[in-house]
Write a protein that binds this ligand. Structure first.
Ligand code: ACM
Length: 261
């Protein structure tokens, strides 16, 4: 199975332009799954809820999802990526997974910093989707800090975690090693690059998109400052083996009665 990430520098609020550029990147590769960053068509910082509302889209009828679904069908590809979703007067920091088989939705559970004033916390629970016999789990950026997110996805059978990110702190790319190993899953973190300045606030995004195997091998790693689309070959059945020694199965050995909530 060929999987990969697009590391991308969106232009803030330039949705049409960003979608066109992302499609050009996607046209250039053959893969079964490509992960795009969080909020890849809109940028990350918003001066107000009104500004965010101006680029928020309905699922699955918004222009971003429609455009990405078209290329997913054309290339027989699954594509995951983040977008601001409007639903019943709430805006969610959401992630789609689209493929010729349909459209699936995850709403980010763990909101980061100022996101708490703009977005509603996700209410879909953690979503694992089976496509062509392979289970793909959905996760957005700051969810990485909560091991429960990746663990829940792995317990739901996810073999590959599609992690759309806009990372600003330096920890995640290393921490995803643990998420991969402790769950024996593949992880694909697609991060953006570049900086944004809005209303006196400046953020620089750290790139370094990264793919780990279930045994913690780095299969691909992006630079900190350039756009790139990277595809690697994986065997997703490796993620079905949850035995870490002959005597230890990472799921069967859990002592859930002794864990705090
Ligand atoms: C983040 O969750 N965008 C850091």
């Amino acid at each position: 199975m060929k999987v990969g990430y697009l590391q991308f520098h969106p232009e803030r609020l330039a949705v049409d332009k960003n979608i066109k550029r992302v499609i050009q990147f996607l046209e250039s590769v053959e893969a079964e799954l490509v992960v795009l960053p969080e909020l890849f068509a809109t940028g990350y910082l918003f001066s107000s809820k009104r500004e965010l509302l101006s680029v928020a889209e309905k699922f699955p009828d918004g222009e971003t999802i429609k455009a990405i679904l078209d290329i997913a069908k054309e290339k027989d590809m699954a594509i995951a990526g983040g977008f601001p979703e409007i639903s019943n007067n709430k805006i969610f920091n959401s992630q789609f997974l689209v493929s010729p088989a349909g459209e699936f939705l995850y709403r980010k559970v763990h909101l980061f910093n100022g996101e708490k004033y703009l977005f509603a916390p996700g209410d879909t629970g953690f979503v694992s989707v089976e496509l062509k016999g392979i289970k793909i789990g959905l996760m957005v950026c700051f969810d990485w800090l909560f091991p429960e997110a990746a663990r829940t996805l792995a317990l739901k059978g996810a073999q590959v975690i599609a992690h759309s990110a806009n990372l600003v702190m330096p920890y995640c790319q290393k921490a995803m090693y643990a998420r991969a190993v402790e769950n024996r899953v593949f992880t694909i973190t697609s991060n953006r690059i570049g900086s944004e300045s809005v209303g006196g606030k400046k953020l620089t995004f750290t790139g370094g998109s990264i793919i780990y195997s279930p045994t913690g091998k780095i299969l691909a790693e992006g630079s900190t400052d350039s756009e790139e689309i990277t595809i690697v070959e994986i065997d997703p059945t490796e993620a079905l083996d949850k035995n870490i020694t002959g005597d230890n199965n990472i799921f069967d050995d859990r002592r859930t009665r002794l864990y705090f909530r």
